[in-house]
Design a protein around this ligand. Structure first.
Ligand code: F3S
Length: 408
């Protein structure tokens, strides 16, 4: 069935508002119609992607073409981390051609009017949709957070479509934009006693593996869970499965006062016990870890609270000779903590801040320099061994810091 358009949308399709909007509308109709979309919906913000590690030359040229066509974002648009740290790529030995391709993407992003955000946590940079608002976000952990923690609405928007949404303020309406598609399908009960920060990652991993892309309702998450805890739970469920929306009963907005199943029977039920969490933690360490040479954290990007906690753990210690410790974060968190001297203290102890970038989509590891990583991020643990061919240990933040640092 042909997708119905408002008169303004038809004008965009007819080219009355420029070539870039016209191309964006054509692409969205081509994608939306086979998915059953009958109309477009307006969106209040977009999380796009412009990292060379995934977009490659084709993506670089696509964004460049939209610039030449006069494209300009008409809603606030942020984007995922870059594949290089803009300020330190040269000293860190990134390939020049690779870095230049990322810079070209950056140039296009700026010309299109996106914000210079480069993070998978746009919600700590001011992109905060309200309950029920429609957005078009890409990047699975950001999508999970928007849907579940804010109660905003988005599908897992592909990169090519996200920029079309930013140029037009529209997206084909299907899937999670509809109330009836947001009800819980699987009942998960957590009975594991007091939960540590690492547990929230592991709970996400267990859920993602079991439910795939169903919508779980989780019972047993305390109201005291921090935003960082929920960030990791969602990121891990999205990476070990493809969960785009979950409800934590009594915690997240669509399950705060209402039954997330709306009276329907769950398709599946299971309980996560302490034993399951312990076994899962062990299974996430690869089979042949050698001596650990690098600690990576900040997947999704570390918050101000997390870096402050890390700085307390590092205080009075320094990174051991021959080992490295990298914290991936936003420019905003890095700048704020510089003002209080925390970043300088950590850098003096040998810690490297990796600002506006991401290890998974960069070529930094896997070249033989690092053989065994340690991380407290379940999403890093899910992706890095398979995507970069390295050995990995998954452990708490305290254990990770102790592993790569020593008392001064
Ligand atoms: Fe963010 Fe990269 Fe992890 S985009 S969620 S730091 S894989």
């Amino acid at each position: 069935m042909a997708l119905r358009l408002t008169s303004y949308e038809q004008e965009m399709l007819d080219g009355k508002h420029g070539e870039a909007k016209q191309l964006a509308m054509k692409i969205m109709i081509k994608v939306g119609e086979p998915l059953g979309a009958e109309e477009m919906t307006e969106v209040v913000s977009v999380q796009a992607m412009a990292h060379f590690g995934s977009l490659h030359i084709a993506g670089r040229d696509y964004l460049g073409k939209l610039v030449c066509m006069g494209g300009e974002c008409c809603v606030p648009c942020t984007q995922d981390p870059a594949s290089i740290p803009f300020d330190t790529w040269e000293e860190m030995g990134y390939d020049k051609e690779y870095a230049e391709n990322q810079m070209k993407l950056c140039e296009s992003v700026m010309k299109l009017g996106e914000y210079h955000a480069w993070s998978c946590t746009p919600y700590v940079q001011g992109s905060i949709p309200r309950l029920g608002q429609n957005v078009a976000w890409a990047e699975s952990s950001a999508v999970s957070y928007a849907n579940s923690v804010f109660g905003a609405r988005t599908n897992r928007t592909p990169a090519g479509l996200a920029i079309c949404a930013a140029l037009t303020g529209r997206i084909p309406k299907f899937g999670l934009y509809f109330n009836e598609n947001r009800k819980a399908q699987v009942k998960v009960t957590v009975e594991a006693g007091e939960l540590s920060d690492l547990d929230y990652n592991t709970i996400g991993i267990v859920i993602g593996k079991k439910v795939g892309n169903y919508i779980p309702a989780i019972y047993g998450i305390p109201a005291s869970a921090t935003n960082d805890n929920l960030k990791y739970l969602g990121a891990c469920a999205a990476s070990s499965g493809s969960v785009a929306l979950w409800h934590a009963v009594g915690v997240t907005p669509e399950a705060l006062y209402e039954d997330p199943f709306t009276g329907r029977e769950p398709l599946m039920e299971f309980t996560i016990t302490r034993e399951i969490l312990t076994d899962t933690e062990k299974s996430m360490c690869t089979k042949n870890p050698g001596e650990i040479d690098l600690y990576v954290t900040g997947c999704p990007h570390s918050s101000i609270a997390e870096i402050t906690r890390l700085s307390k753990l590092v205080k009075g210690r320094r990174v051991k000779e021959g080992k490295d410790m990298w914290i991936f974060t936003t420019a905003e968190a890095n700048n704020m903590l510089k003002r209080s001297g925390i970043i300088q203290e950590m850098e003096n102890a040998g810690v490297r801040m990796m600002v506006q970038t991401c290890l998974v989509i960069s070529p930094l590891v896997g070249d033989g320099k690092y053989k065994t990583l340690i991380t407290d991020s379940g999403k890093n643990a899910s992706y890095l061994p398979s995507e970069h061919g390295i050995e990995l240990v998954y452990a708490s933040m305290e254990a990770c810091v102790n592993e790569v640092t020593e008392v001064m």
